[in-house]
Write a protein that binds this ligand. Structure first.
Ligand code: 5GP
Length: 344
């Protein structure tokens, strides 16, 4: 047994230190980025925030709105040919969607069918809870070999060594985060995890050294956390819980004590397993929970609020654009993030 003594940080452990700036207004801050991906050579421009491939978030209705802001949505694994064919506007959002798959043989075959029909879709998200297996790396390699011009997102991992491993096996973008998610119970069930800000900083460093990109996936609870993800070096930030509870996600509505809620659950929760796979296998336990999110109306209002927050973070640290944010970032370590007197 070994203990790593070096302190690792979560979003809650830091704040941005404000800096002198010449920016006059937050509206001048440019949040758009243009990335060219390592293997696919595809170029993408937009605001690098992603909707997670979770039920109620990674949905076509959400993708439509996200795409209006030039943001990406990773569709859930349940988006098959039938579902995509029924959606008539696919050609207007194709640049900003990713198809999600697992690592079974049938996932590979389904992807093939999907890409024959929708060959204009450019992003493939190969998503497993634990990206540390050899099988996962081999699977990425097989997808890379078959689709040299697709941009491959792969995860999740939380350390530099495995980020490099995934990139060297063909991932253009590595998804980073184990255990920080709003409906994730991995840390409770397994005791495994890594503080998210440190994971982002360390994996970004590893990926950027190889000309690849990373996504900070999970753990954002407010716009400030999203900004901290970018400040820590993330190229993209992926959101689940912060985008849940809206009309566009079409989740199950529950009324309680005169208030409206929308059910939201983890992709490895019992609910998700029952819904998509007919239950949990005997040898597995659920690593996700179900919650009721207060109904939040239209997603565009939430998105605008998030973008307003990030613009303001950039202004505070003197970054004229999102691209400059991490260079302008000095984090101060804190033991108290905000005053919650009236939230208790
Ligand atoms: P959030 O933005 O809600 O904090 O985190 C979203 C991320 O949580 C997702 O993109 C995914 O990586 C992760 N996630 C989603 N469902 C589950 C689950 O059931 N278990 C675990 N361990 N992680 C989940």
């Amino acid at each position: 047994m070994r203990i790593e003594e070096e302190l690792k940080l979560d979003y809650t452990d830091v704040l941005f230190r404000p800096k002198r700036s010449t920016l006059s207004s937050r509206k001048d801050v440019d949040l758009n980025r243009t990335y060219k991906f390592k293997y696919s050579n595809n170029e993408w421009s937009g605001i690098p925030i992603m909707a997670a491939n979770m039920d109620g978030v990674g949905e076509l209705g959400v993708a439509e709105k996200m795409s209006e802001f030039n943001m990406i949505t990773c569709l859930t694994k349940q988006h098959d040919i039938k579902k995509l064919k029924q959606y008539k506007k696919i050609k207007s959002i194709y640049k900003n969607i990713a198809l999600s798959i697992g690592i079974k043989k049938e996932d590979f075959d389904n992807l093939d069918k999907l890409l024959k029909e929708f060959n204009f879709i450019k992003f493939i998200c190969i998503d497993v809870a634990n990206g540390y297996s050899e099988r996962f790396s081999k699977f990425i390699k097989s997808v890379r070999d078959k689709y040299p011009t697709k941009t491959i997102i792969a995860g999740n991992v939380v350390t530099a060594d495995m980020t490099q491993e995934l990139v060297l096996n063909g991932a253009d973008i590595v998804k980073v985060g184990i255990g920080p998610g709003s409906v994730c119970t991995t840390r409770i069930q397994t005791g495994v995890g890594y503080p998210q800000l440190s994971a982002v900083m360390e994996c970004a460093d590893a990926a950027h050294g190889l000309g690849a990109h990373i996504i900070a996936d999970g753990g954002c609870t407010c716009p400030g956390d999203v900004a901290k993800g970018f400040g820590g070096g993330a190229d993209f930030v992926m959101l689940g819980g912060m985008l849940a509870g809206h009309d566009e996600g079409r989740g199950k509505v529950v009324k309680s004590n005169g208030s409206k809620f929308i059910e939201f659950y983890g992709s490895s929760s019992l609910e998700a397993n029952k819904k998509h796979y007919g239950g949990l296998s005997d040898y597995r336990s659920s690593e996700g929970r179900i919650v009721r999110v207060k109904y939040r109306g239209k997603i565009k209002d939430t998105i605008s609020n998030i973008l307003g927050g990030i613009r303001s973070s950039c202004t505070y640290v003197g970054a004229p654009s999102l691209k400059q944010l991490s260079k302008c970032t000095t984090f101060v370590r804190v033991s108290n993030q905000f005053n919650d007197t009236f939230l208790k």
